[in-house]
Write a protein that binds this ligand. Structure first.
Ligand code: DGL
Length: 269
């Protein structure tokens, strides 16, 4: 069991930010990244569609004999929330609860912003989970779909991105938030620009960091952590593997090797 891989799922390149944190914390684990580039972006899609896509990937991860799946996508975490507590054939961890807890703990003033996709914002999941930990929190949310598109293309810096980040962050700065949740896994790719625009008075919370700790705890508790020195990495996409490899190579230090294409039957009920 310990040598079996951990699976990571996202619509595209975003979940790499979560896998990076897990790889840092647990370098011995074998990691499989699988994303649904052919249905990207998930943010504007009806959540039942996202849930259906996610469930096809769960079959894939089961076939790969994954010991754990990390739902490295906030929108998919929302879409499958009720299934994450034991309702799947493979145990799964989402990114929202760890991120909400980290934000509640990080904020001094209780004024917390959440930048996310349309689907995540509309669900209200972050305000709900943050207030569960901190009932006095004042949470403001904004969808920032343009940043998802840019990060997916590997465009994470430069004057145009900076201007778009400034437009997305303006409402949060007006609200005087002291903590900002990067509530879409694509956003940590452009963390440097976001930090610069937000300024030193705003603490950025990347849910991927807290999720990696949750993964470590889960493996320890289950006695299934891999004691190996250096684990393997595998990358799969439903889209064009050459394109994924090229963009991911810019986002993942050292490159991702060669991604493979997977064909999943999305029409199956
Ligand atoms: N990275 C995903 C998230 O955290 C999805 C972004 C998208 O496909 O719209 O929500």
């Amino acid at each position: 069991m310990p040598g079996r891989p951990i699976g990571f799922f996202d619509s595209g390149e975003g979940g790499l930010t979560v896998m990076r944190e897990v790889a840092r914390l647990l370098p011995g684990e074998n990691l499989i990244y699988a994303c649904d580039t052919c249905h990207f972006p998930y943010g504007p899609r009806p959540l039942p569609d996202v849930r259906r896509f996610f469930l096809r990937f769960i079959n894939f991860f089961r076939e790969q004999e994954c010991k754990l799946v990390v739902v490295a996508c906030n929108t998919a975490t929302v879409a499958a929330l009720d299934l994450l507590d034991g309702g799947l054939p493979v145990p799964a961890v989402g990114v929202v609860r760890p991120g909400a807890r980290a934000a509640a703990a990080a904020s001094r003033s209780g004024r917390i912003g959440v930048a996310a996709t349309q689907g995540t914002v509309a669900s209200g999941i972050y305000p709900r989970f943050i207030r569960e930990c901190r009932p006095d929190a004042v949470v403001s949310q904004e969808p920032c779909p343009i940043l998802v598109i840019r990060a997916e293309a590997g465009v994470i810096s430069g004057p145009a991105v900076r201007a778009e980040v400034a437009r997305c962050l303006a409402p949060f700065l007006e609200q005087d938030v002291d903590t900002l949740v990067l509530g879409c896994t694509h956003f940590p790719h452009m963390r440097a620009v976001i930090a610069d625009v937000a300024g030193p008075g705003v603490t950025l919370v990347d849910p991927g960091v807290a999720t990696a700790m949750a993964v470590a705890e889960r493996l320890q508790a289950g006695g299934i952590a891999n004691p190996a020195a250096a684990g393997s990495r595998g990358f799969y996409t439903t889209g064009d593997p050459a394109h994924f490899t090229e963009v991911a190579g810019r986002l993942w230090p050292g490159g991702v090797g060669k991604a493979q294409q997977i064909q999943l039957d999305f029409d199956q009920e």
